[in-house]
Design a protein around this ligand. Structure first.
Ligand code: GDP
Ligand code: MN
Length: 343
């Protein structure tokens, strides 16, 4: 198994942070959940955790988004979990629909092939739509245009540690674009043609590559070389995007828009099962200054089956340094690559 990185032992807020409750101006941010009505129980549990550890102190608004209208029951139950403002939004049809240029017969045939290769969710149409929406649509939702920052929260996730400073304020004042907690390998079959598409894009737009990029992290072939090979040059190591604290201005930039558009036209959201996690990660690794990407070592987090567990007395219910409770899954951790190449 991978050794625990020494940085995992750091505790407390980043150095010099004094943004405790009431100590600083809040920033233009929302907690953000794409969620289904049927996932209410899991959403309430995640809200309990985040309100207890962070948001009861800072009161950032929650924005819930759905491809169908939220039920009255969903709205009443979630609203009761927070003192903060809560918004409920429906996705515009044209943001969720499968684009006209996708051949649905080819899509069905590809899904059948990927299912045989064991790619999770490949036959589930809505999963593909969700991944595309999270890749290139969410920040275009009319109700999100007024916000710059978001913290993505999924139903059923856990937060274990008290966060006593304003994480958005930290991001803003320290000039960060993107914050993550977990880095893992992806299933190469789900993104076999992603890297080749990205290479085309880079050839067309060499000026978009940031001089302080994280290309070596993206293209590592030393750890788990079979992943790099099956994904045609991409290590598959990515920021696990069910947690993100980030600046939507990056996604709203011309370069990212062109990047997304290029991938969207290539069709891999539907002919393969490109996830928003590798899409976001590749874009950041190529086009953003890697020093603007922050590992929130101090946010204790779990989305089954992985954890980020700091060694700190601010945390409860999470074993320090633990990465997974799944059999044989320790090898999925690739944070070590991020530290090696980009930190
Ligand atoms: P996984 O984490 O990759 O297993 O995927 P999830 O099932 O957790 O989906 C990712 C996120 O998108 C979660 O917040 C889900 O609630 C949400 N989601 C997935 N599919 C849909 C959908 O069809 N409609 C809505 N409204 N939300 C969805
Ligand atoms: Mn999930």
């Amino acid at each position: 198994p991978f050794a625990v990185d020494p940085l995992m032992q750091m505790t407390g807020p980043p150095e010099g942070i004094l943004y405790g409750p009431g100590q600083s101006e809040r920033v233009n941010a929302t907690l953000l959940s794409l969620v289904r009505n049927e996932e209410l129980e899991g959403m309430l549990q995640a809200m309990d955790d985040l309100e207890r550890t962070f948001n009861s102190k800072f009161n950032y608004p929650w924005t819930f988004i759905n491809d169908v209208p939220f039920t009255k029951h969903f709205m009443e139950a979630t609203k009761a979990k927070t003192q903060a403002k809560v918004y409920y939004e429906v996705i515009p049809k044209e943001h969720w629909e499968i684009p006209a240029w996708i051949n649905t017969d080819l899509m069905a045939a590809s899904a059948a092939m990927l299912e045989q290769q064991g790619v999770q969710y490949s036959g589930m149409k809505s999963y593909h739509q969700m991944c595309r929406w999270n890749s290139g649509m969410f920040y275009k939702h009319p109700a999100l245009l007024k916000f710059k920052w978001y913290w993505r929260v999924e139903p059923k996730v856990h937060f274990f540690c008290d966060v006593d400073y304003d994480v958005f304020r930290y991001m803003q004042d320290y000039n960060k674009t993107y914050g993550f907690v977990i880095n893992i390998y992806d299933s190469p079959q789900s993104i076999a043609s992603l890297w080749p598409s990205v290479e085309e894009f880079m050839a067309e737009h060499p000026d978009y590559i940031h001089p302080n990029n994280a290309m070596q992290w993206l293209t590592d072939a030393e750890n788990r070389p079979e992943h790099n090979e099956a994904a045609n040059g991409y290590s598959t190591c990515h920021f696990w995007s069910n947690f993100e604290i980030a600046d939507m201005d990056f996604w709203r930039s011309k370069k990212y828009e062109e990047f997304f558009d290029h991938l969207d036209r290539a069709g891999g959201f539907f002919y393969e099962r490109w996830g928003d996690a590798p899409v976001h990660s590749v874009a950041l690794g190529l086009m953003e200054d890697r020093d603007k990407i922050h590992w929130f070592h101090d946010i204790g987090y779990q989305h089954i089956p992985y954890f980020n567990c700091p060694n700190s007395n601010k945390c409860k219910g999470c074993e320090a340094g633990r990465f997974t409770d799944g059999q044989g899954l320790d090898q999925e951790d690739c944070r070590i690559n991020w530290f090696k190449y980009a930190h």
